[in-house]
Ligand binder design. Structure first.
Ligand SMILES: *Cc1c(COP(=O)(O)O)cnc(C)c1O
Length: 402
């Protein structure tokens, strides 16, 4: 028997939950000679860039930019309001919640974690109990991940605000929207979020390298009471820059700014509500296929209740080592890269090879999602992984009706 031809030659597709698929227009906007950083186009484009970022976050308040990844935004947000000995509450629903809490601990905070495990969203009743017990209001901030990218659980941030208010607790509400911004609906001001962090390489469709901390006046008042904030992390000059270099505390990430400008133009031309709606339909197509695959064999979605699933990422499991075998096959044979499991098992544990994730954030459309699902179907056939049949029909029905 002759070996089948390799089908990976063609444009590759990185379907992992960040970095996401980037528009060619974003990459083309970055492909240019070094711009002047003292005057001219780059300097002049900052006010609109700031305004358009705030429109994506649905806030009228402030934004500070950092030349760093999501971890930089985690640290920046905390460095402005937490001093050693301050207490924070972390309602964790996966690896990223734990990680943000760890960042706070290393900055000297006392961290109380409520771990909701890997398959359940935040339980507001339990959070309410903890807040109610904190009679002297020692908890200064609640660190809440909107979509935890490891488990793909989406939490109800508006309900968390209501919980804080119902107890009359003054803690700052902080949200990590690194995975969710530009995919799942998020309303910073309407939901009463005081501080929000995000990165540029997921829903914002720009190569990794910039991140953002949005904050309101209540957060700014907490910053003003800090005895000191280090020069680099201080959000004040970045958000209220009078000179261009202050936005970035030094040399600007020049080419990223051009990429971001184009990405924001694309998002606002489509309309943020339409961007959310597109990701909503694409996510439902993914879930419909996964539901069918799950009808037999070991295939399973991590989040059972669709109300707590995200439009940005889907965490899945198979019998180990089938998930790793499937990822390897679709990458080598089809040029399609799926995400590894994260935080579900330790890398040395054989169970690790049973977890994987699909990223459907950023510049993705209907034909790409159908192609990704078709690739997974082909991989499961090639590897004789038991699965329900008719998944592509189910996905097509979501997208095309009928
Ligand atoms: C990606 C991600 C991070 C970390 O961002 P990096 O850019 O990798 O540092 C943090 N939180 C969430 C929810 C994420 O999805």
């Amino acid at each position: 028997m002759s070996t089948p031809p390799n089908l990976a030659h063609g444009r590759s597709y990185l379907a992992i939950p960040g970095p996401s698929v980037m528009p060619d227009a974003v990459l083309q906007a970055m492909h240019r000679a070094a711009p002047n950083i003292y005057a001219g186009e780059l300097v002049n484009m900052m006010p609109d860039l700031v305004a358009d970022l705030k429109r994506v976050a649905r806030t009228k308040h402030h934004v500070a930019m950092y030349t760093g990844n999501g971890h930089a935004a985690w640290e920046a947000s905390l460095a402005n309001i937490i001093q050693p000995g301050d207490k924070v509450l972390v309602p964790a629903t996966g690896r990223f919640g734990i990680g943000w809490g760890e960042t706070a601990r290393l900055l000297g905070a006392e961290v109380e974690t409520i771990d909701f495990g890997k398959q359940s969203p935040m339980d507001m009743a339990r959070i309410e109990e903890v807040l109610r017990a904190d009679k002297s209001h020692e908890i200064k901030a609640v660190l809440a991940v909107h979509v935890d990218t490891s488990t793909s659980i989406r939490n109800d941030i508006a309900a968390l605000r209501k919980t804080l208010d119902s107890v009359g607790h003054p803690a700052l509400l902080m949200a990590d929207c690194i995975a969710s911004l530009g995919c799942d609906r998020f309303e910073m001001d309407a939901w009463g979020v005081d501080i929000m962090v995000t990165g540029c390489q997921k829903g914002l469709m720009v190569p990794p390298g910039m991140s953002f901390v949005f904050f309101n006046d209540k957060a700014e008042a907490a910053r003003a009471k800090m005895p000191r904030v280090s020069w680099y992390w201080d959000w004040t000059p970045r958000a209220h820059a009078e000179e261009f270099f202050q936005y970035h505390a030094g040399t600007a990430p020049t080419h990223h700014l051009y990429g971001l400008r184009t990405a924001l133009d694309m998002i606002h031309a489509e309309g943020i509500e339409n961007v959310w709606a597109r990701h909503g339909v694409l996510a439902r197509a993914v879930w419909a296929a996964c539901d069918v695959w799950s009808t037999t064999g070991s295939f399973a979605m991590n989040v059972k209740d669709p109300a707590y699933r995200s439009n940005a990422v889907t965490s899945l499991r198979l019998q180990s080592p089938d998930a790793t075998a499937l990822r390897d096959w679709v990458e080598q044979q089809l040029g399609l890269t799926l995400g590894i499991g994260l935080g579900m098992a330790t890398p040395g544990d054989p169970a690790w090879h049973g977890f994987f994730r699909l990223g459907h954030m950023g510049h993705v459309n209907g034909q790409m999602i159908m192609g990704m699902l078709g690739g997974i179907e082909a991989g499961m056939r090639a590897l004789k992984i038991e699965h329900g049949t008719g998944a592509l029909d189910a996905a097509a029905e979501v997208i095309g009706g009928g």
